[in-house]
Design a protein around this ligand. Sequence first.
Ligand code: ATP
Ligand code: MG
Length: 238
Amino acid sequence: MPEKKESGKENRVSTGVPGLDELLSGGIPKGSLTLLTGTCGTGKTLLALQFIYNGAQEGESSIYVTFEETPESLKANAKIFGWDFEDLERKGKVFFVKYDPYHVEDIIEMLENAIRKTKARRVVIDSISALGMYVRDVPEIRKIIFGLSTVLHRLGCTTLMLSEILAEQKNLSRFGVEEFVADGVIVLYYTRADSQYSRSLAVWKLRGSDHSQKLHPYRITHKGLVVYPNEEAYAGGL
Ligand SMILES: Nc1ncnc2c1ncn2[C@@H]1O[C@H](COP(=O)(O)OP(=O)(O)OP(=O)(O)O)[C@@H](O)[C@H]1O
Ligand SMILES: [Mg+2]
């Protein structure tokens, strides 16, 4: 477990996920961009919803950019966990944005305008891998990812950038740039040992900060993700 000494709490943003802040020396560094990566169904979207729900509880407004699920489906799923995003939308605390895939090249400008208008402090991009469905040209995608990271850093937003990796994939990102523009990387695993699947998580990097170097188990409960910072996960199959 990392020590908390250099982490002024005022410079950290709580993830809202029980146990996870402890692995990050107190939370995500304010204004940083974190890549949240993992195979499908590992709970990336849930973790991101939990993060912005927690932001609203702490008085920070958020923008949730979705390329895959509709805002309606995200809100309906969140309700199962007791997170009422419709109420937060009415109060102007959370804004869901579904981008038109055919105008993806405008996303950077649109996002910048939306952040300025709503004064959002937290941003979720769900997911960067979905860009690959709309933009075929990898250099073009890399340009978009780099442009997004520049704007989000400049505006000082604490950002979760989600990325889906394939089960057989060894590297952390789809387009080979995400982990480099990110200040931190959190990886979610779903692995099999005999007839049992288990979930585990690792903080791969966190620029300028101490962090846990271990693989920790997590569960998806009726209240969302819960990480067990004092337990080590079985790493078989990774
Ligand atoms: N109410 C629930 N209780 C327990 N587990 C649940 C519940 N609802 C969803 N899950 C688990 O969460 C997983 C889905 O999580 P989520 O949609 O956040 O994953 P994801 O990583 O975003 O997936 P994708 O890459 O497909 O977008 C489901 O596959 C299921 O295992
Ligand atoms: Mg998802």
